[in-house]
Design a protein around this ligand. Sequence first.
Ligand SMILES: *Cc1c(COP(=O)(O)O)cnc(C)c1O
Length: 489
Amino acid sequence: MDTDAKIALSEATLDPRDWSQVRALSHRIVDDAVDRLSTVRDRPVWREVPGAVREALTAPVPRTPTPLAEVYQDVLDNVTAYPMGNTHPRFWAWYMGAGNYTGALGEFLAAVDGSNLGGGNHAAALMDRQVVDWLKEIVGFPAGASGTLVSGGSMANLIGLAVARNAKAGPDVRERGVAALAAPLRYYGSDQLHACHRKAVEVLGLGNQALRRIPTDRHLRIDIAALREAIAEDRAAGMAPACIIATAGTVNTGAIDDLDALADVAAGEGLWFHVDGCIGALLALSPEHHHLVAGLERADSVALDPHKWLHAPFEAGCALIRDAGAHRGTFAVTPEYLQSTSRGLAAGDWLYEFGLQTTRGFRALKIWMALREHGTDAFGRLIDQNIAQARHLAALIDEEPALERLAPVTVNIVCFRYRPRPMDADAVRALNTEIMLRLQEEGIAALSDTTVNGEHCLRVAIANHRTRTADLDLLVHEILRIGSDLTGG
Ligand SMILES: *Cc1c(COP(=O)(O)O)cnc(C)c1O
């Protein structure tokens, strides 16, 4: 027996005994994945998870081994067979990207090599920096700005709002806490603000009341005059206005606040200017629509979401902060067990000093590979394609007497309802909810719903590189069919 074989018998490892078997299974897993993704259009968008699968997914913790091939079969039977559906061309619910295969390969490679992006002197850390630099360049931030890849837009917004708090607080909030504030800080955003901002101000210790929701105009953009009044009113009441949160692409309707005007207000009032660009910051890549986010480059901080319009596999968000010192100053601590050295593994930057996580996954690779493969121009054109598709859908709705559009289409979100004749609010809501559920249950399309100007509506958000215009024709056709079935013709 050779030495390696003896060690293999006496000491345990998670590595396979027989790599050749694992290699063969891995090839099969890749083949199956490619088969699934290349035929995704032929399957239902979504299916209810059957009882037997639910049951299987409550099995107790496994104490003993199972061959990997069997484990994989369980995954096929119980997980991949019942996906959420966002890789399907007719998934338009809530707001998320459709993923991409190259990105999935990036996730795999990142996991195999296992680098921890908390920091250190290794190539993955340099690539993490590079991707942040690319995103800075895309939104028009200066080279000296900083940023960090995080799990998604909610975390990216939290990072931006935390730096804003510390920069505008006066006393040292890190040391003394919010109790040391001379006056309560106030943040301002529109009444269309994403819910993550509420969570952020709550967890920052400022409280939900610190976040003033300013009314919106008929395009559902923040009303600038009302914002100015609110700031003046708060100052008169002894509060400390600290931060304006602009939304570049609201989650309800895709409305884009006037970023230049808000940058002016923030500059004039001495406030931090944060842009929630989870939907719209990447419009900066669009040949036809980049003007919609003019002023983005003036922000103090921007939250954006590569797992939306860059279609990175979940999760990937990014916070960009103009003032790198303020950014690092909000999160950096140097514990005794993470000291830098001038050479070796600890000679690199500590990337954990720019956010809340210590261990960080190698999120950059999946973004980097897809950007390199396609180039940013291709992503810009895909953004324009989605916007053109949303306009096509809006035109179909406007032509169809039984359908009614409830909000302007700024970019890629369409809000509408089926209302073949005058009906009271409860009835039309119940009817549209039923249409939405049948579209899901029949596997035709995944839409979600929302309320705009007090009216319940169906909502189609097209951040999907697999959608074709004909899919939207089919959607309208199916809504009319189901609607007419439900209302007796
Ligand atoms: C999606 C979204 C968020 C939250 O981002 P996650 O990636 O889901 O955490 C925040 N703001 C807006 C406008 C969004 O569309």
